[in-house]
Design a protein around this ligand. Structure first.
Ligand SMILES: Nc1ncnc2c1ncn2[C@@H]1O[C@H](COP(=O)(O)OP(=O)(O)O)[C@@H](O)[C@H]1O
Ligand SMILES: [Mg+2]
Length: 255
């Protein structure tokens, strides 16, 4: 079994008399240490899918297994532990606690699991390049730095999976690239398994594996594409790669 296995996952929302089926039979298998980008326009169901995998939201039907745990069948107590110990979530708006310093924000993620280890939190901050800014409050950090703190908070617990939901959605283009570079480095250096949801075709083109969420199911778009392309050309290239069904390996890994 893969580290993450999603099978025939279904989820819809009722709004009055109208019912929208957002996920219509999603299939996904992710191996340990993979970096998988979930690409799709706003409203395609990326957040819904990530939330179900992360044990935050419940599916209507289908199964999610993560590292042997059947998330879709787990009781509340098991889900609480799973979210706390195994899932590192990174959000678009960072979701740091404003009255805690950077270091305290990171430490809190450990303390929730009963671990007090300031050195480990400090090390996580150093891994995201903020070793000297742990004493600062979120308001004293730039957006990119706040997101780095959030990444440190996610990785400090050595999670089974890191789920990033549009983690660069609030950042300028250059800072976005820095953050994505950082995630790639953490993936490569520490074998972190990463699921990245984005509507940005440029960022999607950088994933080692890109899946497009369209019409409620995931389509494999390959990946491992070169990086320096204009936004639209880039996605076109992703698409052509998928249509051709070959050639990705020859293009080499993203820079
Ligand atoms: N709690 C909810 N109640 C009703 N509709 C929802 C709810 N959450 C999401 N949706 C709808 O489900 C669809 C997918 O949403 P979402 O998963 O947030 O997509 P994405 O993250 O790709 O933008 C959207 O049409 C959205 O309006
Ligand atoms: Mg979303």
């Amino acid at each position: 079994m893969a580290l993450i296995e999603v099978h025939d996952l279904r989820k819809g929302y009722a709004m009055g008399d109208l019912r929208t089926e957002v996920l219509r039979g999603v299939e996904l298998a992710v191996e340990p240490g993979e970096f998988v980008t979930l690409y799709g326009p706003s409203g395609s169901g990326k957040t819904t899918l990530l939330n179900i995998i992360a044990g935050v939201d419940a599916a209507d039907a289908g199964t999610v297994h993560v590292d042997g745990l059947e998330v879709t069948a787990a009781n509340q107590r098991a889900l609480t532990e799973y979210r706390r110990d195994n899932v590192g979530y990174i959000f678009q708006f960072y979701n740091l606690i404003p009255t805690l310093t950077a270091l305290e924000n990171v430490s809190l993620a450990l303390e929730l699991g009963g671990v007090r280890d300031g050195a480990r939190s400090q090390e996580a901050l150093a891994q995201v390049g903020l070793g000297d800014k742990g004493h600062r409050f979120p308001a004293q950090l730039s957006g990119g730095e706040q997101q780095r703190v959030a990444i440190a908070r996610a990785l400090v617990k050595r999670p089974t999976v890191v789920a990033g939901d549009e983690p660069t959605g609030n950042l300028d283009a250059e800072t976005s690239r820095d953050i994505i570079d950082l995630l790639h480095r953490l993936n490569e250096d520490h074998g972190l398994t990463i699921l990245l949801a984005t509507h940005d075709p440029e960022l999607a083109g950088r994933g080692a594996r890109v899946m497009e969420l369209r019409d409620g199911v995931l389509h494999h778009l390959h990946g491992a594409l070169p990086y320096n392309h204009s936004k639209n050309n880039h996605l076109e290239e992703v698409r052509r790669g998928a249509d051709a069904g070959e050639g990705q390996a020859r293009r080499g890994a993203p820079s």
